[in-house]
Design a protein around this ligand. Sequence first.
Ligand code: ATP
Length: 328
Amino acid sequence: MPKTIKKLAVLTSGGDSPGMNAAIRSVVRTCAYHNIECFGVYRGYEGLIEGDFSPMDARSVRGIINKGGTILKSARSKEFRTKEGRQKAFDKLVEAEIDSLVVIGGDGSFTGALIFNQEFGFPVMGIPGTIDNDIVGTSHTLGFDTALNTVVDAIDKIRDTASSHNRLFFIEVMGRDVGHIALNAGIAGGAEEILIPEEDLGLDRLVESLNRSKKSGKTSSIVIVAEGDKIGKNIFQLKDYIDENMEGYDVRVSVLGHMQRGGPPSCFDRVLASRMGVKAVESLLEGQTNYMVGLINGKMELTPLDNAIKGKTKINLELLRVSDIMST
Ligand code: ATP
């Protein structure tokens, strides 16, 4: 492999997700394998602007593959959105003779990386780290699988109490713009209804469907609601509506919140992160830039950052149908 890079920096940016540490470890160890000096940047672009980075060798990432969060910390940087801020970041990188950058984050972080490349010609490579799975160019983003398992575990526990008291539970899960977590975890958790931003079921149809479940002999029900669902103004108003329009259920709400971002990454996310880190570093070594690494049909592939940012993931219609059939 021709050696085009000597010093590489890695950072985590935007919302954290389980698997980011495993990806940092992979980037650092792939650098060590190819004799590239690796630097960890603290607090995302904020740290880049301040020159807050330090060398990382293979041993410095021991014991982190199983840890949630990110040892490099993550941040949202307003300053990096300005030309002056990005100039400072570039100057810090040049000063340290760093010649390439791996960004682990979501579409906002990739937008910043792309602009940075366009302004300074600095080689960048993205690793998609977000639990929402809302990035085009990979079937799975880092943390999605772990978040699904966390949500399914929570649904299982809530179902125990729901069925003991004939309760109807609305469970809110993350997903402001996309319903991937809601749809997958809803099916796995045996939810009666799944409400996602991509589909407006309508309040009347929801009541109809819950009444049907009740008539078919169900004594408790679980409805999974993605944060960005359009059906009700918010999950508590949804509860009020059902309270007023349905009888015989004790309606409760559970908002899972930030616990969905935490916890040890699943086996799937650890393997994915390890593969993504290797692919990211080796692609930069081959002279590739402005790409995101991703999993497509089981293989590690590159997608131009521009496409990853602009594209919108689609909901799996087959899963929607499966969910409809399962709630019969
Ligand atoms: P998540 O999916 O968890 O929200 P994200 O990477 O999309 O992650 P953002 O807060 O959107 O998170 O972006 C992270 C950082 O990327 C921002 O704080 C900012 O520093 C940088 N960034 C985002 N958009 C731009 C932009 N248009 N220009 C320059 N930098 C940007």
